[in-house]
Write a protein that binds this ligand. Structure first.
Ligand code: GDP
Length: 473
C-alpha cells in the first residue's frame, strides 16, 4: 500500500516530483499543429535553453501564448517557428509548471524539439504520466484520472457524456458522501468503545440499520448501472443477420451514413472480424464483422451468413433482416432458429416495394420481438430501430450528462467489496457483536471506497491504470 497520498479526502495533496517530464502530446503524423509538453520544476529553465522570443521564458507572463522560435543551442540552427504557452503552477493540468510548445505539425520538427528538451534535462514521460501527476498532486482523484482515458476514447455522445460526468467528479462526490456517513458512524462507534459503559445507549442512537442501510441501497443501485455502463463505454455489440440480398449491407450503410454517425473501424476482439462503432444519435452500436457483411457478395454466397453466426456468441443484440417484398424462405426460417433467446430486433426491409411477407408468420417464428419496418435504400425506419434499441437496453432513458453510471470494472468491484463489508457489519450488529468488530468491518468498507478515489491504493494498480493511457496525456 502506498500511503504517500493517504490524506483524508478533500485535503490538498501537493507532492512536487523532482524531475521534469516531456512528451509529444499530439498524435504522430502530419498535422496542423503538434504540441510538445513539458511539466515539472525545470520546465521553464529547460524551455529557456531552446526558446528565442521577446524575452526569457522565466520573465514571461503566465497563461499567455507567446510567439518565438526554437533554436538548437548547439548549432544555433532554427528548428521551428512556434507558439509557446507558459502555465506556472499551481493552476495547470499537473499542478506543476507546464510549458507547451506548439510547433508546425510535421513529425521531424516535433522530434527535434523533444530531443532538445531531453538534452536540456527533461525525461521522456511514461504513458499517462501527466495525468498521473495531476492525481499525485491532488488536482484530480483516481476515478477522475480514469475518466480522462474515457473522454479521449469516447465513440458516442452518450459515452462522452458519462465520461465527462465522471471527470467532473460525479462519482467521486457520491463516494465522498458515502464515506462521510460511514466515518460518522465509525466515529460514534469509536467513542462508544472508549466509554464502554455507554455502549447500549449509543447503540440505539446510532441506528446502524437505517444509516448503513441507506448507503447500502445506494451502492447496490450504483452497481446495477454497471451493465448499462459497459454498453455505453464499449458499445452494444450488434450482429446484422439475414440471408443474402435482404439488404444487410444497405442497412449498415444507411446506419453509418446518418449525418451524426461516427464510424470507427476497429479490428474485432475475436476472430478475424472488423467492427465498426456507429453512434446512433447517442446510442453506441458496435457492429460486428462489417467486413463479413460487405464481403459476402464477392466470396461464396453463404460465407457472410456463416461469419455472422460465428459472431452470435459475442453479441448483445441481433438485427434480423428479412426482405418484406418476398415471402419467408426456408433459409430465413433456419436463420431465425439460430437466434434463440438473444435480444433481437426484427427488421422488415424493402417496405418501399409491395409487401409479400406474412407478418403473422414472422411473429409466430420469433414471438414478442420488436418488429421495425425499414427501407434501407430510402433511409426510412432508422429512427424506429433506435427506439427499439432504447427500449431493450435503456428503459430508464439514454444517459445524460448528469447520469451516474458505473463504467469501470474496478469501481464495480470496489463497490461490491464495500457492500460485502457493510453487510458483515450489519450481521455483526444483529448478532450483538462487540463494537470493535463492527468498527473493523466499517474500516474495511471505507478502505474499499478509498480505493475508487485513490485515497489509498496499491502502486501496482496505479501502474496498471496509467499504462492504458497514451504517451503525452
Ligand atoms: P445483403 O446481401 O443482405 O447485404 O443485401 P444488399 O444490401 O446488398 O442488398 C441487396 C439488394 O437489395 C441490392 O440490390 C439493394 O439495392 C437492394 N435493397 C436493399 N435494401 C433495399 C430496400 O430497402 N428497398 C429496395 N427496394 N431495395 C433494397
Amino acid at each position: 500500500m502506498n500511503d504517500r497520498w493517504s490524506s483524508s479526502p478533500g485535503q490538498k495533496r501537493t507532492l512536487l516530483l523532482d524531475d521534469t517530464i516531456v512528451a509529444i502530446s499530439t498524435p504522430l503524423g502530419d498535422g496542423g499543429i503538434g504540441i510538445v509538453r513539458l511539466s515539472g520544476p525545470k520546465a521553464i529553465t529547460i524551455a529557456d535553453t531552446l526558446f528565442k522570443g521577446e524575452s526569457k521564458v522565466k520573465d514571461l507572463p503566465s497563461h499567455v501564448i507567446h510567439y518565438g522560435r526554437i533554436i538548437d543551442p548547439g548549432s544555433c540552427e532554427v528548428i521551428d517557428e512556434i507558439l509557446l504557452t507558459l502555465m506556472r503552477r499551481p493552476k495547470t493540468y499537473t499542478r506543476e509548471d507546464v510549458v507547451e510548445i506548439n510547433c508546425h505539425g510535421g513529425i521531424l520538427a516535433l522530434r527535434k524539439v523533444l530531443e532538445l528538451a531531453l538534452k536540456g534535462g527533461a525525461r521522456l514521460a511514461l504513458p499517462g504520466e501527466f495525468t498521473k501527476r495531476a492525481f499525485l498532486n491532488g488536482r484530480i482523484d483516481l476515478a477522475q484520472a480514469e475518466a480522462v482515458v474515457d473522454v479521449v476514447r469516447a465513440k458516442s455522445e452518450s459515452s462522452l457524456k458519462v465520461a465527462t460526468h465522471l471527470l467532473r467528479g460525479g462519482l467521486s462526490e457520491k463516494i465522498h458522501s458515502f464515506r462521510h456517513t460511514l466515518m460518522d458512524i465509525l466515529a460514534q462507534l469509536e467513542a462508544a468503545i472508549d466509554f464502554e459503559e455507554e455502549e447500549t445507549q449509543l447503540m440505539g442512537e446510532i441506528d446502524f440499520d437505517q444509516k448503513m442501510g441507506k448507503v447500502r441501497d445506494q451502492i447496490q443501485e450504483l452497481i446495477e448501472t454497471t451493465q448499462r455502463g459497459s454498453l455505453i463505454r464499449e458499445g452494444i455489440r450488434t450482429v446484422i443477420l439475414g440471408r443474402p440480398n435482404v439488404g444487410k449491407s444497405s442497412l449498415l450503410n444507411a446506419l453509418i451514413g446518418r449525418e451524426r454517425a461516427i464510424v470507427t473501424p476497429i479490428p474485432g476482439t475475436t476472430r478475424d472480424t472488423i467492427e465498426e462503432m456507429v453512434d446512433l444519435e447517442g446510442i453506441p452500436l458496435k457492429i460486428i464483422d462489417t467486413a463479413g457483411i460487405r464481403q459476402a457478395k464477392g466470396v461464396v454466397e453463404e460465407e457472410g451468413v456463416k461469419r455472422a453466426f460465428r459472431s452470435l456468441d459475442d453479441a448483445d443484440l441481433i438485427f434480423l433482416v428479412l426482405d418484406a417484398s418476398q415471402p419467408l424462405t426456408e433459409e430465413d426460417q433456419d436463420i431465425t432458429k439460430k437466434i434463440g433467446g438473444r435480444p433481437t430486433i426484427i427488421i422488415l426491409n424493402k417496405i418501399d416495394l409491395p409487401l409479400r411477407i406474412e407478418l403473422e408468420e414472422v411473429k409466430r417464428l420469433l414471438p414478442a420481438r420488436k418488429i421495425v419496418e425499414t427501407s434501407a435504400i430510402q433511409g426510412a425506419g432508422l429512427e424506429e430501430i433506435r427506439e427499439g434499441v432504447k427500449e431493450i437496453f435503456f428503459c430508464g432513458g439514454i444517459p445524460t450528462g448528469e447520469s451516474l453510471i458505473i463504467t469501470h470494472l474496478r469501481h464495480k468491484e470496489a463497490l461490491e467489496k464495500t457492500l460485502l463489508e457493510l453487510t458483515r457489519a450489519r450481521e455483526a450488529v444483529q448478532r450483538g457483536d462487540s463494537f470493535e468488530f463492527i468498527a473493523l468491518d466499517l474500516r474495511e468498507a471505507i478502505g474499499s471506497l478509498d480505493s475508487i478515489t485513490g485515497e489509498r491504493i496499491d502502486e501496482e494498480i496505479l501502474e496498471r491504470i496509467f499504462s492504458q493511457f497514451c504517451v503525452g496525456k
